[in-house]
Write a protein that binds this ligand. Structure first.
Ligand code: MTE
Ligand code: MO
Length: 421
């Protein structure tokens, strides 16, 4: 972005300004090869917003890039690896500019398997209760990848000239790490967000500057050449096409931190929502979630045994302990079989992929439950429990922005045609 950030007297004025800019955005250079249109349900072409269909989403433990969900607030910027720089600034200290080559060669490289989930995942369920504001996402706005790159912690330590060491770090304990992206954005001058310094400096949180995804160079759609990945936290904080990091006393002042991505109370509406923004926290850690991906309501189910399949995940790296499945709309429940990664070849080859109770559980947990036959009037339900004893609410609780919907996931099969004809 060039020029200074304009200021506005009212929220309405700001909205109108950015709306007036958006139609002039160029979408000429959108990538095609990382978008499998046979699998993706496109919610928006410009900006490109798409999620995979549920049965295809659950086919792989590590989601292939062409079917990984894509959430964009503007055009995909064209960045050149030779010219790319990342600026790291501490407001009361030094500014350091890193080239991509330096990030690739001057820091230890890590691999972390982590799911990204949009806070708007399952917004459609809240929109059914009462209309909400936002892209009406289904339950596929989540995907699981193996991210590679460097720890943001290491880059901060190297940029801070001793400021973040254990001895002098206390001063920064309540500070924030602000991220700004390259490229244009619909709602603000650029995309951005922040997370607490404490999250970034804790080596157990695995906050990465990702340069790679699933063994490949990070694709343009997902932030080439460098993005933040904050595991266990809403996707909005994992800023793509990262341009600048600022270590500062306050949270990011950007729309996406101060206004969007908050759970507004039931009385909030388009006219009065401004009064709630400063009273409510910017969402960070995800809640506990589970979804049935197969069968869907429109699947033809052959007679005989049927394997119900889905995903479950909690926030903050907390392990999924249990998934309950019901075929009678929650009257009775059975335990699903959870996919544990411990014995897989991947996990043995790569410790980052190990699924131990003592490690952080950034990845999703796929699960299955096989029934002898699906009753004609079946209503399938699932609910997950995490290691902290948290579970999902029975019914959706509406909020204006339609975020964090994690109510019991239901698939009503009672009205399905009894045969293919
Ligand atoms: N620069 C930038 N970063 C961004 C976004 C964006 O629009 N621009 N969208 C955010 C949101 S809301 C989500 S959910 C994730 C989606 O990441 P993905 O497109 O790689 O799936 O990226 C986040 N990072
Ligand atoms: Mo998101």
């Amino acid at each position: 972005m060039t020029g200074s950030t304009p200021t506005f007297a009212t929220v309405k004025e700001q909205d109108a300004y950015y709306k007036s800019l958006a139609p002039t955005f160029q979408y000429k250079n959108e990538p095609v090869e990382t978008r499998d249109r046979k699998v993706l349900l496109v919610r928006n072409e410009t900006p490109f917003n798409a999620e995979p269909t549920l049965p295809r989403l659950i086919e792989h433990q590590v989601t292939p890039i062409p079917r990984f969900f894509k959430r964009n607030h503007g055009p995909i910027p064209q960045l050149n690896s030779a010219e790319y720089t990342l600026t790291v600034r501490v407001v009361d200290g030094p500014t350091k500019v890193w080239t991509l080559h330096e990030l690739q060669t001057q820091f230890p490289q890590y691999e972390v398997m982590a799911a990204l989930q949009c806070a708007g995942n399952r917004r459609d369920g809240l929109n059914e209760v009462k209309p909400v504001k936002g892209v009406i996402w289904g339950p596929g706005t989540i995907s699981n990848a193996v991210w590679s790159g460097v720890r943001l912690r290491d880059v901060l330590l190297a940029s801070g000239e001793g400021r973040f060491s254990e001895k002098s770090g206390a001063r920064y304990a309540t500070w924030h790490v602000d991220f700004q992206a390259y490229g244009l954005c619909q709602e603000a001058p650029c995309y951005g967000s922040s997370v607490p310094v404490a999250t970034v400096l804790d080596p157990a949180q695995d906050v990465l500057l990702a340069l790679g995804m699933n063994g490949e160079t990070l694709p343009a759609d997902h932030g080439y050449p460098c993005r933040v990945v904050v595991p266990g936290v809403i996707g909005a904080r994992s800023v793509k096409w990262l341009k600048q990091i600022t270590v500062q006393p306050e949270e990011s002042s950007i729309f996406f931190q101060k206004r969007d991505y908050k759970i507004l109370p039931p009385e909030a509406n388009a006219q009065n929502l401004g009064q709630f923004w400063d009273k409510l926290s910017a969402l960070q850690t995800m809640n506990v979630q589970s979804v049935i991906c197969y069968p869907t309501a429109d699947t033809w189910i052959p007679p005989g045994p049927c394997t119900i399949a889905g995903y479950a995940i909690s926030g903050g790296g907390v392990r999924i302990d249990r998934v309950d499945v019901s075929v009678d709309n929650g009257k009775t429940w059975k335990l699903a079989v959870l996919e544990r990664l411990l014995s897989s070849i991947d996990a043995r080859a790569n410790p980052a992929l190990r699924d131990l109770p003592t490690t952080k559980h950034w990845a999703w947990t796929r699960w299955t439950y096989t029934v002898k036959s699906v009753p004609a009037d079946a209503v399938l339900v699932c609910r997950a429990w995490d290691a902290n004893g948290n579970t999902q609410p029975e019914n959706p609780v509406w909020n204006y922005r339609g975020v964090m919907n994690n109510s019991w996931f239901r698939v009503d099969l009672s009205n399905r045609p009894s045969s293919r004809l």
